[in-house]
Design a protein around this ligand. Structure first.
Ligand code: NAD
Ligand code: ZN
Ligand code: ZN
Length: 353
């Protein structure tokens, strides 16, 4: 294991108790185990999941104290003796799935996010809101050298997740997909992946700034959920034959749009649940679900192959999403903006300041 130039202490943002805030402090740098790598994180995207984790929104407990973050892009600086296919100096990414057993029923068929022993970055193990993070080598994203580490960071969760969700939806080129929460981090990525996959996008979010951003990214139509007098009708009307979108990607952090989606989805269409508002339920009338043959499914990040495919779209220049970069020390301010729904695109933190 090489360890030249690796400090014993580093800056990190630490959640000490549920509800936050995060505290910016120095903590020890860990050493990678035999099947792990140590990545010098240069930039990390800030996902709404990081805020859910700090607030204790979900039924799954987090570790505490916790270093959050799971869109970490950086450079491999040390590796365990079993790691053969990554070298010191390679560019790599810490994503939500930090590790899995690789041997269970789910791992065997490349459904590793469903592994009962999955390790989750920034949730059950420390993540990328620190300068040096550890991940299982098998699961680390291989980032091509030509990709800018700052711009690529949000692909590591937002990009992978929406790309997988679009694949799970079964939508084909020329069909309509409604993207709910289109102005946010996952939403902005979703517009770009959908466009690259030949889909027509109906973006749903609030405010003129997000409208401008969604249309610039390539949305064919924009529906403002705060202003629309009849959102269900407006979404249907945005399709050329008025029958509604073939697929819906639900990325919002509120419960209401989950219900609306089952109403405006085209018959035979697929509703994909990705956003995870606290304590929310999805409800649909059984009669309509049956007689309109509607599919409702969940989609959860992506596997290692989805990761590399999502990164390849980025490498080819197809994914350009607005982001703002601030110092890691300002993470709490980012959480505040996120809580208020005021982020257009993604925030990225620079771990050097
Ligand atoms: P974000 O805060 O950047 O974006 C959320 C967007 O939803 C905002 O633009 C907000 O204005 C919009 N919104 C809120 N209410 C809405 C409504 N009623 N209709 C339409 N839009 C509405 O958040 P993000 O980082 O993009 O994450 C979104 C959600 O996805 C979070 O719950 C997060 O935990 C979840 N997530 C899930 C997975 C997965 O694998 N399933 C992966 C990553 C994130
Ligand atoms: Zn995420
Ligand atoms: Zn497994």
């Amino acid at each position: 294991m090489a360890n030249s130039g690796i400090p014993s202490e580093q800056w990190a943002q630490v959640v000490e108790k549920l509800g936050g805030p995060v505290s910016y402090k120095k903590i020890a740098v860990q050493k990678p185990g035999p099947d792990e790598v140590l990545i010098n994180i240069k930039y990390s995207g800030v996902c709404h999941t990081d805020l859910h984790a700090m607030m204790g929104d979900w039924p799954l407990p987090t570790k505490l104290p916790l270093v959050g973050g799971h869109e970490g892009a950086g450079v491999v600086v040390a590796k365990g003796e079993l790691v053969k296919d990554l070298e010191i100096g390679d560019h790599a990414g810490v994503k939500w799935l930090n590790g899995s057993c690789l041997a269970c029923f789910f791992c065997m068929q490349a459904d590793e996010p469903l592994c009962p022993q999955a390790l989750l970055s920034g949730y059950t193990v420390d993540g990328s809101f620190q300068q040096y993070a550890i991940a299982k080598a098998a699961h680390v994203a291989r980032i091509p050298k030509e990709c800018n580490l700052e711009a690529v960071a949000p692909v590591l969760c937002a990009g992978i997740t929406v790309y997988k969700g679009l694949k799970e939806s079964g939508a084909r080129p020329g069909q309509y997909v409604a993207i709910v929460g289109a102005g946010g981090g996952l939403g902005s990525m979703a517009i770009q992946y959908a466009r690259a996959m030949g889909l027509l996008v109906i973006a749903i979010d609030q405010g003129e700034e997000k409208e401008h951003s969604c249309k610039t990214l390539g949305a064919a139509a924009y529906v403002d959920f705060m202003k629309s007098p009849d959102l269900v009708q407006e979404v249907k009307d945005a399709t050329s034959d008025g029958l509604g979108p073939h697929a819906v990607l639900l990325l919002a952090v509120q419960e209401k749009p989950f219900q609306q989606a089952t109403e405006y989805i085209r018959s035979r269409g697929t509703v994909i649940c990705i956003g995870m508002p606290a304590k929310a339920y999805i409800k649909a009338p059984v009669f309509d679900t049956v007689t309109r043959m509607v599919t409702i499914k969940g989609s959860y990040v992506g596997n290692r192959q989805d990761t590399q495919e999502a990164l390849d779209f980025f490498r080819r220049g197809l994914i350009k999403v607005p982001y703002k970069t601030v110092g890691l020390s300002q993470l709490q301010d980012v959480f505040q903006l996120m809580h208020d729904g005021r982020i257009v695109g993604r925030y990225v933190v620079d771990t050097s300041r």
